[in-house]
Design a protein around this ligand. Structure first.
Ligand SMILES: [Mn+2]
Length: 373
């Protein structure tokens, strides 16, 4: 009995990438679509008894028609044409925030051999010879808590599988559960032959029989050094094999020091580093500390713009001071001005009884000073 497990394909993400293609999608959106299709191709080749998608097929609640059509074609290929029983749940990105909207995934319920679990309710379904307990992203944490309590393996089944989307309790990467995320207690995962998790974008084991497959494309700088793909699990002799797909290379240049440099010298530094890492086909993040007001004012912006256009995706961040770990140093970061400070001031005016104020503050600063997760 073999299953394939993928998750977090985030179709539709990358729409802000500057390069548009003839069909109106950006090159970055095509990256994300390409790796998803590569994963589907490979799974079809492996022909498992069951394929699981553990949530966030789409990047947004309302994907565009074009993105929905692309997803339809691939789900149809794997489930109906290749006759691989496939099950998919909603994640926090593609589950509706209001029940009236309904999940986009529901459109695919008519595809043969495809099971969609999407309505804030846990379902236990026999699929491909395996008893699958599937918990989609829930509308509220209260609902999720009640549904988690209903997750139990079926003792009569040959194999039990659990599928969930959220933050596995105790993971270092998620020191705090953020808005829209749901925490998954490890106790719930006990007694299953395999737990297929979605949400964390890197391939990772979190309990004896529980794994995140990771996303099929690198979606934030915290994923730059990890391989992307999907997981093949043999339930009989129990083995977990990671299959890689060819995702876009991401480079995070170590923090550069611009102390004493003029604007044109800062630009030269950016150009040289970009040439070194080969920016024309990679996603590059470059942060420069100690960029003076003077350097900022005299920066040849036209040339910087040209560098951006020549690169595949270049994110240059100029910081007035070297970033320190204390909160004060994160205030005044360029680009967002003093939005972080303004938010802290705003928080101070609110009555926040029952909230963990410190956690709220550090969480907000996290959002305002780091990139998207
Ligand atoms: Mn997610």
């Amino acid at each position: 009995m073999r299953i394939c497990h993928l998750a977090d394909t985030h179709l539709g993400a990358g729409e802000n990438h500057p390069r548009k293609t003839a069909d109106g999608l950006t090159e970055r959106q095509h990256d994300i679509i390409r790796t998803f299709i590569e994963a589907i191709d490979k799974i079809i080749e492996l022909k498992p008894d069951l394929c699981i998608h553990a949530g966030d097929l789409f990047h947004t609640v309302r994907p565009t028609n074009r993105i929905m059509a692309i997803a339809a074609e691939q789900l149809h290929r794997i489930a109906e044409q290749a006759t691989i029983p496939t099950l998919i749940i909603t994640g926090n990105h593609d589950a509706p925030k209001q029940s009236g909207h309904g999940p986009a995934l529901d459109v695919y319920r008519t595809i043969d051999n495809l099971t969609v679990v999407s309505h804030s309710r846990v379902e236990q379904i026999q699929v491909g010879g395996v008893m699958v307990t599937a918990l989609p992203h829930c509308l509220t944490t209260e609902i999720q808590k009640a549904e988690l309590a209903k997750c139990h393996p079926d003792t009569n089944a040959d194999y039990n599988l659990l599928v969930m989307h959220g933050v596995a309790a105790g993971m270092d990467e998620f020191k705090m559960v953020e808005l829209g995320e749901q925490e998954l207690p490890l106790e719930v995962m006990q007694g299953y032959d395999y737990v297929a998790l979605g949400h964390f974008h890197n391939f990772r084991q979190v309990a004896e029989r529980a794994w995140y497959s990771g996303s099929t494309e690198r979606l934030s700088q915290s994923e730059q050094s990890t391989d992307k793909g999907f997981v093949e699990v043999d339930l009989d002799e129990f083995s977990v094999i990671f299959h890689e797909v060819a995702s876009r290379v991401m480079v995070d240049v170590p923090m550069l020091d611009a102390t004493g440099l003029r604007g044109d010298e800062v630009l030269t530094m950016v150009r040289e580093r970009l040439n070194e890492v080969g920016g024309e086909d990679k996603i590059v993040r470059m942060r420069l500390a100690n960029v003076s007001e003077e350097a900022r004012k005299t920066m040849p912006t036209q040339e910087l713009q040209e560098l951006r256009q020549r690169s595949y995706a270049l994110d240059v961040q100029f910081q007035r001071f070297e970033k320190k770990t204390d909160q004060a140093a994160t205030l005044g970061r360029s680009g967002i001005g003093r939005l972080d400070k303004a938010f802290l001031d705003f928080l101070a005016t609110q009555s926040l009884e029952g909230f963990d104020i410190e956690r709220l503050q550090s969480s907000a600063l996290g959002y305002l000073t780091e990139d998207d997760q």
